[in-house]
Design a protein around this ligand. Structure first.
Ligand code: MN
Length: 418
């Protein structure tokens, strides 16, 4: 048992990185190459240095446990150790941080969060994007197609998804250029090629697959959660004008795959356990292999802000991960139901997470009703879609009683098209 009151690291009350969290990430400094760390308060604990101190010697008989998992550019090898080890190791770190006599109770094992550079935490193998918020699917169906039949007939029977592209998934604070592409407004006779005029964010959460399956094997919804290592914030950049012209009949392609941004700290499922909650009522019966009883959603507050160049940040969305109609267990059961195999480091994203009110819409497409109702930011700027040099920042955190477990943020600035 950890004794948080004995925690010898100062952690501010509103810090995302409390002793209950211990999220894993990849950092570097001017003198240290990329390596694994955990965030605690405003500090990063260097796990390679911690390893050298001997605090992990008790893991030596776990044969895969070698220092190279910590001196690594990605978390994949660490995650591959398996939950049995990684979760024991997370508890060991909590215990050490609560033991004043710990060998790592010395500044040499830590870096200030402000002084480190954070990197994309995993090497993403395959990336799948779901479409699991009923509010978002309804809003988009109404705007792109027909308000009378906003949800297509399959939507309540399966967690609809598409395969995305892993090469353009990026970490935080990596600017991207406005994508160019082929578009055709309904009023135009022929398509044109040029910079997207309808660049948008999508507020999503991603999860990292933590153990592999054999080709041909299906994961049941009951065992699905064992395959999730942890979660990140995910911004699925979208060019609405490119998307609208290209997406029939095969779905999203160049309107989506130019970039997606992920937050740097992976919050483990163990840390999220206290925030489990029930999801929306699924009023259409699902097939037996998609049944998932019990508390399968998580109460995770989500925020999006826009910061125009030389101006202040304005919040434009407050949503929550608990609004998801389809939960992660159902998504994994569906994804593997045909025998498609999973690999460590695969990234599954939720789809845009919108709530039922305007303030909780997770994209500008919904907020501005496809540009028909431009939105005034608190800073006074007007936005229908994202403009050059805007920075979009997403935050996520859980609060329950005195407990706070957060994700930090992911932020991306948009530069003009090349
Ligand atoms: Mn998406």
């Amino acid at each position: 048992m950890i004794e948080p009151k004995n925690c010898w690291i100062e952690v501010a009350k509103d810090s995302d990185f409390s002793i209950y969290n211990i999220p894993f990430g990849i950092f570097s400094t001017p003198t240290k190459s990329k390596r694994v760390g955990i965030a605690i308060g405003s500090q990063v604990l260097d796990l390679e240095a911690a390893y050298q101190s001997g605090i992990f010697d008790c893991f030596m008989d776990e044969k895969a446990f070698i220092v190279s998992v910590f001196r690594n550019s990605y978390l994949n090898n660490f995650i591959s150790l398996g939950k049995k080890i990684t979760s024991k190791l997370r508890i060991k770190i909590q215990e050490e941080l609560c033991d004043p006599d710990s060998k790592i109770n010395h500044p040499k094992f830590f870096e200030a969060l402000n002084d480190v550079q954070m990197h994309i935490p995993v090497q993403v193998g395959d990336y799948t994007d779901f479409y699991s918020s009923i509010e978002h699917a309804t809003n988009v169906g109404s705007l792109f197609r027909d308000p009378e039949n906003a949800l297509l007939p399959n939507w309540k029977h399966m967690p609809v998804a598409y395969h995305g592209r892993a090469s353009s998934i990026i970490g935080t604070e990596i600017p991207i250029h406005r994508p160019k592409g082929q578009t055709k407004a309904p009023t135009m006779d022929a398509p044109i090629f040029g910079p997207s005029k309808r660049l948008d964010f999508e507020l999503e959460m991603g999860y990292i697959i933590g153990s592999q399956t054999e080709l041909g094997h299906s994961v049941s919804s009951e065992e699905a959660e064992n395959y999730i290592f942890g979660k990140v914030i995910f911004n699925d950049w979208s060019a609405r004008d490119i998307q609208q012209w290209e997406y029939v009949p095969l779905g999203p392609f160049l309107g989506k795959n130019f970039a997606s941004s992920v937050s740097p700290w992976v919050v483990t499922m163990e840390a999220l356990e206290p925030f489990r909650t029930s999801g929306p009522n699924q009023d259409t019966a699902v097939l037996p292999h998609l049944k998932a009883v019990g508390l399968r959603n998580y109460d995770i507050a989500l925020e999006v802000s826009i910061q125009p160049q030389d101006s202040v940040e304005s919040t434009i969305c407050n949503s929550n991960f608990k609004f998801m109609y389809w939960n992660m267990a159902q998504q994994i059961a569906h994804h593997t139901s045909n025998g498609c195999n999973l690999n460590v480091g695969d990234l599954f994203a939720s789809g845009t997470i919108s709530g039922s009110t305007q303030e909780s819409y997770g994209s500008l497409l919904e907020i501005s009703k496809a540009g028909k109702t431009p939105h005034e930011l608190a800073s006074g700027h007007i936005r229908s879609f994202i403009e050059d040099y805007d920075t979009i920042r997403m935050r996520a955190y859980c609060i329950k009683g005195g407990l706070r477990v957060g994700f930090g943020s992911v932020s991306t600035q948009i530069l003009p098209a090349l």
